[in-house]
Design a binder for this molecule. Structure first.
Ligand code: SAH
Length: 345
């Protein structure tokens, strides 16, 4: 089995090349090509031919293929469907804001978390992505779209904390000054609340923003919507959030998709305010996006307004997420695993 060299950091590539009897400076050359998106050793023109042949035998390189690319007529949001080396596919979304371009990346093919309102989990989990595959979502989105990417949100398909090591390596690679050099403060990682991993994440002392998909402030509602809450619970989640905030000094963001008649009552708003204040969290409200297979409906504008008013009167910092890419199903929770593999005639 050939090794995945794009998932390696510069130090590891150096060691690989030393083991092949190569001088150290070759590693920086190889790494430089990989960071540019070159996925073919013959394209590495400053390497001697025999070294290129040797590298071809030892390492696999693959450039993700665009299976589909939809551009929103409303706001220019681009939704890519990429084909991975094994025929699986994942979606990536590029959004343009005044302050720059944000890419929303997937970290797994499918998802095993089972949230009741989300499209990504409908077919279950197929597999986790390698660091190289997540990196290539960012790099190839930038190369294909011509839009320089300045921000990343890990809010596509999959649960980042369920693919912890690969996501951590991806962050290291994408943050590397010799690579894409995207600052941690420009990266958000979103989780459904895999609390066992919060301390591990805090220990990395990254300056990224942790987003917690809360969606309900009480166990009854939250366990109904999110199986990940069962056996963990909101109290435990809050304790872990508090500890994360204390350790890192980084304010957490609560994601809250407003669902008609499910989590949008006054009682929910009051308890949510209490939860947010107890951990110093910012609340990001998302009008629920319709998913065909799901019965849930978005809250009415009137209910949303009343909800926001309560949060604000309690002193909570609250924002409402703008909806982008509505005409290409690129909004939160609408990404889905595409299983059609291209059949050769
Ligand atoms: N697994 C991670 C990453 C997914 S991020 C997580 O759960 O946070 C995608 C975000 O969109 C999450 O906050 C998720 O709960 C939310 N979401 C899923 N389905 C949605 C829908 N139909 N409408 C609005 N938001 C949704």
């Amino acid at each position: 089995m050939k090794k995945d060299i794009v998932s390696m950091n510069c130090r590891e590539i150096e060691q690989e090349l030393l083991d092949l009897g190569q001088p150290k400076y070759r590693a920086a050359q190889v790494y430089g090509w990989l960071a540019k998106g070159v996925r073919d050793f013959d394209g590495m023109s400053n390497l001697p031919k025999d070294l290129r042949e040797l590298l071809k035998m030892k390492y696999r390189l693959y450039a993700p293929k665009v299976l589909s690319k939809q551009v929103s007529q409303i706001d220019g949001t681009i939704k890519y469907l990429w084909e991975l080396y094994d025929g699986n596919a994942v979606e990536t979304v590029v959004m343009s804001y005044r302050h720059g371009n944000t890419v929303c990346v997937s970290c797994q093919v499918g998802c095993r978390q089972g949230c009741a309102f989300c499209a990504s989990t409908i077919g279950g989990l197929v597999r986790s992505l390698e660091p190289s595959e997540i990196l290539d979502e960012v790099l190839f989105s930038q190369l294909d779209s011509g839009k320089p990417i300045s921000n990343i949100v890990l809010m596509g398909i999959g649960e980042p904390l369920d693919n912890f090591d690969n996501v951590m390596r991806f962050l290291e690679l994408v943050n590397d000054p010799a690579g894409m050099n995207i600052g941690m403060r420009h990266i958000s990682l979103s989780t459904c609340g895999i609390t066992e991993r919060f301390d591990d994440l805090a220990a990395r002392d990254l300056q990224l923003t942790l987003s917690v998909s809360l969606h309900a402030p009480d166990d009854e509602t939250r366990s109904r919507l999110m199986p990940a809450n069962r056996g963990r619970g909101v109290e435990q989640l809050m304790a872990c959030c508090r500890r994360y905030f204390e350790k890192t000094g980084r304010r957490i963001s609560f994601e809250y998709a407003m669902i008609d008649g499910v989590n949008d009552t006054e009682a929910h708003a009051r308890l949510l305010a209490k939860r947010a204040l107890s951990v110093g969290a910012h609340v990001n409200l998302i009008p629920l996006n319709h998913v065909e297979e799901r019965a849930f409906k978005p809250s009415t504008p009137g209910h949303m307004k009343a909800f926001i008013k309560i949060l604000e009167s309690e002193g909570v910092n609250v924002t409402v997420r703008r909806r982008l890419g509505g005409d290409v199903d690129a909004s939160c929770g609408q990404l889905r695993r595409k299983i059609e593999q291209r059949k050769d005639p």
